[in-house]
Design a binder for this molecule. Structure first.
Ligand SMILES: Cc1cc2nc3c(=O)[nH]c(=O)nc-3n(C[C@H](O)[C@H](O)[C@H](O)COP(=O)(O)O)c2cc1C
Length: 453
């Protein structure tokens, strides 16, 4: 095992091993050099968060685990609270209690011995080490997952927020245009005019954006789904494949966007696995094109949905229904109009017009807790002259009641009310197989089908 000794700000430190970095303040990391990059620093009487920052900068370590013994405890806590992005985990061994000014440590904290539990500033993820071998406990702690959540689940939950879609561009320092698709856009302030966007640290263009003196945000229109896919890719020729022009502040503006903002850099803020780019708007413009939407990993064309729904509700009787799945089976209800007949859950065939809220009431009465997803079809039924609007979604059955659950391979086609319902369900079954749903508008034979995947 080789150890190199260097100094930072007059304090000596030793370095050995490879892997995730662990800084031992006042202690030996010998037991970890085969698995980790170990940095040992003696800090008699403690050290300061400033020195710790210099140490990590000196070693080009973006974030490290910190193991602090005795007097170094309060300083390590202050560092973890003040620079959360630089500390992965914090272990306090026989650490002293002391009031730490400001901040809260949000990373996992292991407290072994001492009275660090009484330290102010220790956040909700702190726990006392169980009695036993201290070195083993530390090894387990250093191997633990950082996040207390399943990140895929967290991403899905974040995705419930419906957003627009933007392309963020910059001319870069050498004038080579760079850009990526982003839905993390937020308008921030009118006075001064500010907006923000977040870019992942793993994005190929992150460093260019971090250093750029400005950037533009292009808000995409419904017709620009392909542009969104292009700029979300790793293609090197994004700007050859797109139509664009330089904006007033020099950053690329994508032709056909619903709006654009050309910005000067206002602030760059480090935030976990992303950086926040805050821009000062130098110029902007917008058109009346419908903006493209995005939710739960799918593009949504709000304008199309609204236009189709408006068209349908403006003439004739409106029927609102749903193609609902429960445990991968289709939900049907007895059709009151035909003995032995079945129909999709729907409202509006009787005297009153159908509406989404009346459909929800029906589903509740029938013992279902349903989530209506996206619009699936809007058409006029030629047999009944009704305007039909169907959503797709999922349902949880509280009570079986009158519901009939049909396997998708064995849909009782001859018990369905008419050809319009059969045609719509056939398309649903086909699109479900490939996991790519479209919106259909027209009548049951001719009409347009728009992709909304
Ligand atoms: C709808 C959508 C929204 C996205 N939003 C963001 C975002 O806000 N921030 C981000 O860093 N990446 C976002 N991405 C992913 C980037 O576009 C993608 O990682 C891209 O490859 C980055 O380009 P680059 O690696 O060439 O820099 C999004 C992708 C899609 C499809």
């Amino acid at each position: 095992m080789t150890k190199t000794t260097t100094t930072v700000n007059g304090l000596g430190y030793r370095e050995s091993g490879e892997g995730e970095a662990v800084v031992f303040l006042n202690g030996s990391g010998d037991a970890f050099t085969s698995t980790h990059r170990v940095i040992e620093m003696d800090a008699p009487g403690g050290t300061s968060p400033h020195v710790l920052r210099l140490l990590l900068d000196d070693l080009s370590i973006t974030s490290a685990n910190i193991v602090a013994q005795g007097e170094a405890g309060p300083c390590a806590v202050a560092f973890a609270a003040g620079f959360p992005e630089r500390v992965r985990r914090l272990a306090l061994i026989d650490a002293e209690s002391e009031v730490v000014p400001g901040g809260l440590v949000l990373c996992p904290v292991l407290i072994s011995g001492g009275n660090a539990g009484a330290l102010s500033g220790i956040g909700p993820r702190a726990r006392a080490a169980a009695p036993g071998d201290a070195s083993e406990q530390l090894a387990t702690f250093l191997a633990e997952r950082l996040s207390s959540f399943d990140n895929r689940e967290l991403r899905t939950a974040f995705g419930s927020f419906i957003t627009g879609v933007t392309i963020v561009t910059t001319a870069g320092v050498d004038g080579t245009p760079r850009g990526f698709t982003a839905n993390s856009f937020t308008s921030v302030s009118l006075e001064p005019p500010l907006l923000l966007i977040c870019i992942g640290k793993s994005a190929a263009s992150m460093e260019v954006f971090r250093q750029a003196t400005g950037f533009a945000v292009n808000i995409l229109s419904e017709a620009q789904k392909d542009t969104s896919v292009l700029f979300a890719s790793k293609r090197a020729d994004k700007f050859e494949a797109a139509r664009w022009r330089p904006g007033p502040f020099g950053n690329p503006l994508i032709e056909g966007s619903a709006a654009w903002f050309d910005c000067a850099r206002y602030r760059v803020i480090d935030a976990g696995d992303h950086i926040i780019l805050m821009g000062h708007v130098e110029g902007f413009s917008y058109s009346d094109a419908n903006p493209l939407g995005y939710a739960r990993g799918h593009y949504i064309t709000l304008g199309l949905e609204q236009a189709a729904v408006n068209a349908a509700s403006s003439s004739g009787r409106t029927v609102v229904g749903a193609i609902l799945e429960s445990d991968n089976r289709l939900i049907l209800l007895p059709d009151p109009a035909r003995p032995n007949g079945l129909a999709l859950p729907e409202v509006g065939r009787e005297a009153q017009h159908g509406s989404a809220s009346r459909l929800h009431e029906l589903l509740q009465r029938e013992g279902m807790d349903a989530t209506l997803g996206f619009l699936f079809a809007v058409f006029e039924n030629p047999d009944t002259r009704e305007q039909c609007i169907y959503y797709r979604g999922e349902a949880l059955l509280h009570a079986r009641g009158r519901t009939v659950l049909a396997d998708f391979e064995e849909i009782p086609w001859d018990r369905l009310p008419d050809e319009a319902a059969r045609a719509m369900l056939r398309r649903y079954v086909a699109e479900r197989k490939i996991g790519r749903f479209k919106i259909y508008s027209g009548d049951h034979r001719q009409g347009t089908v728009k992709a909304v995947d």
